[in-house]
Design a protein around this ligand. Sequence first.
Ligand SMILES: [Zn+2]
Length: 198
Amino acid sequence: MRVDYIVNSVFTSRTYIVSSEKTQQCVIVDVGDVEPLMEYLNNNQLKVMSLLLTHAHFDHIYGLPDLLKVYPNLPIYTNAFGVEALGNERVNMSRYHEMPINYRGDNVRVVSEGNRIPLFEEMEAICYETPGHNPSCLTFEIGDYLFTGDAFIPGVAVVTNLPKGDKALAEQSLKRIQLLASDKTVCPGHEIEGFAEI
Ligand SMILES: [Zn+2]
């Protein structure tokens, strides 16, 4: 399994590509700038199997409309609140970036705590609900990697002052993630100076 990432132009969020060199299949974690993503996929001749969302904030989903032009039926995994957020430009905050996203496709699949998403080959993503930054926050464990979104960015305080943020929940989630992360490579939702585990 190979993990790479792209640093996006909006708020330096990260898009991860988790791939199998053997089958040339991959899954994407969060989606921002689609152009460099397509370039990466083409260069590595990868077939995209699904999109996992760490949460449904604008800077982690804004590439969705363009990605869906290329992969119209791509399964998108989020939790119940994420479904609501994807469908509402106010809740996902895209309205304030003049790129409104109101997406309600049949390809959106709801997952919750403990669910396992089959990815490719024998690989799967284990889902953990890690709310606090936002109710749509999921942490995904894939092999030796932990995709934490904005629920845990090493060295950075969790942002809880956005709508539906909850400081107490964020602290609980953080403790949980730090336990999960003890033997994993952490893949946070944003580029941060001086942090480069992968
Ligand atoms: Zn966020």
